[in-house]
Every structure is written in C-alpha cells, then in structure tokens.
Design a protein around this ligand. Structure first.
Ligand code: ATP
Length: 238
C-alpha cells in the first residue's frame, strides 16, 4: 500500500512580471521519501521550495501539507514543515544553544519542553560538542548543521532543504549528505541540487525541473542509466 501523502502540490505557477519562474508544477511527497529537485541554475527550484513552504504565494495553483492548505490554513500547514533556505539567516553572535532556544520559541514550543527539543535537535545534527560556541566561529559545514537543527527542532514530518551543500568543501559535503540520509529515516525530505550524483547519493526519487517545468519524476534507482545522464547534460547546456 502507498504511504501517507505529506505534500501535495497542484499546478503551482509563479510569475515575476514577464518571467515565469515556475509553470504548472505538480508534485506529491509521501512519507519516507527523500525527493530530489534537480535542475540547473535558474530552473525554478528555490521558487518551488518557497511556494511549498508558504514563504511565497503562487500566482496560481495550491499546495497542501498533510491535507492542510498553505493558502487557507497556513499556520496549521507550516507546523508540519521544517525549512532550510538556500541562504539561511546566520546569527553569528549567538551560541548554538541560544539560537536553537530562540528557534524553539519561534515555533511556540512550551518552555518545559524546550530544553529537550534543543537537546534532541543538537544530537540529531552532531552539534552537542559545539553547544556553547558562537555560530560565527563555526565552519560553514557546522553552520549548515545548525541550519538543519533549526529545521527539525519542532519535529516536523517534512523538511525542505534548498541546495544544502552549496559552498561547502568536499568533506563537509560528504558529512552533510550523510546527515541528510540519517534525518531521512525520521523525516520525509525534499532537497534541491544541481548535482546529479548528489541526488543519486541521497534521494529515493528525483524530479527534474527545467525552465520552471517538471520534466522528469522517477525513483532514483531508475536514473542509473545513460539516458538520464544525457538528459541532465542537455539541461545544463545554455
Ligand atoms: P539557483 O540554483 O540559481 O538558485 P533556481 O533553480 O533555484 O536557481 P529560482 O531562483 O527559483 O531558480 O529562479 C527561477 C527564475 O525566476 C530565474 O529566472 C530567476 O531569475 C527568476 N526569479 C527568481 N526570483 C525572482 C524575483 N524575486 N524577481 C524576479 N525574478 C526572479
């Protein structure tokens, strides 16, 4: 039997003046999936993720999170979502603990549950040893762990990660990919990337976006063939 549908988006379209960033995009995320949105720069990945997390209103179309409309019931829908934007806000002057406590408060986590929520998020993201360090003094890889920790602090069933390995060095990339796979055991995940091997290493399903349109949606296992390689190479050409 198919598992529960956590995200259902129908006909999402977003225009910026004359530019159509995303066009008639529909997708479904089921419990247990790690869905990769693959596409070249400017394909519409970030715009899609902003619409899926209620951070940008679609020009038309609608998204539902656990059956709750992001348009009609945004507060209820967003409770089920964690989001790591492509350029997350960084609070360099806060310690990891201070920042995660602040995030817990933003999510309305009760004071008596806050310490446990912070502890669990730190543990899940390998941050326990740097709890008291200023975020500004952490490496980019650890700052990205902090970004992942804030995304899961309210224990959402779904996390949406926009190009989570961009700007990291190869070791940090490997660590963050492994961490996402680990988080994928207790969360369903949508992540974007322009790197096919990253999607193949981390995801269970891939949707290719090109010029704002979904042009491919298959299990990752079905992508390990030459046809897929040539499709992405074609997309990358200007
Ligand atoms: P990247 O990998 O470079 O982040 P992307 O796949 O995430 O690219 P988007 O950032 O969603 O792509 O952009 C899709 C299209 O929409 C691009 O043509 C972009 O220039 C345009 N766009 C995005 N945001 C805006 C905006 N605020 N105003 C005008 N055009 C925008």
């Amino acid at each position: 039997m198919d598992s529960e549908i956590l995200i259902e988006a129908r006909g999402l379209t977003r225009r910026y003046g004359p530019t159509t960033a995303v066009s008639d995009l529909s997708l479904t995320l089921r419990k247990g999936e790690i869905l990769g949105l693959l596409g070249p720069n400017g394909a519409g990945k970030s715009t899609t993720m902003k619409m899926l997390t209620g951070n940008l209103a679609p020009t038309s179309g609608e998204a539902f999170i656990k059956g709750q409309s992001l348009h009609d019931a945004p507060t209820a829908a967003k409770k089920s979502l964690g989001y790591l934007p492509e350029q997350p806000p960084v609070y360099p002057e806060l310690t990891v603990d201070e920042y995660l406590r602040y995030c817990a408060d933003l999510h309305g986590i009760a004071k008596k549950e806050r310490a446990a929520a912070v502890q669990q998020a730190k543990q899940s993201c390998g941050l326990t040893e740097v709890s008291q360090r200023l975020i500004g003094n952490l490496s980019k890889g650890y700052q990205q762990r902090v970004g992942l920790a804030q995304a899961i602090i309210h224990r959402p069933p779904v996390i949406v990660l926009d190009e989570p390995t961009v700007g990291l060095d190869p070791i940090q990339i490997r660590e963050i990919r492994a961490l996402i796979v680990e988080l994928g055991k207790s969360h369903s995940v949508i992540l974007s990337s322009h790197i096919l091997p990253e999607i193949q290493a981390v995801c269970s399903r891939v949707m290719i976006i090109n010029r704002g349109r979904a042009v491919y949606d298959q299990p990752v296992i079905a992508t390990r063939n030459a046809q897929m390689e040539s499709l992405t190479i074609t997309l990358k050409r200007p």
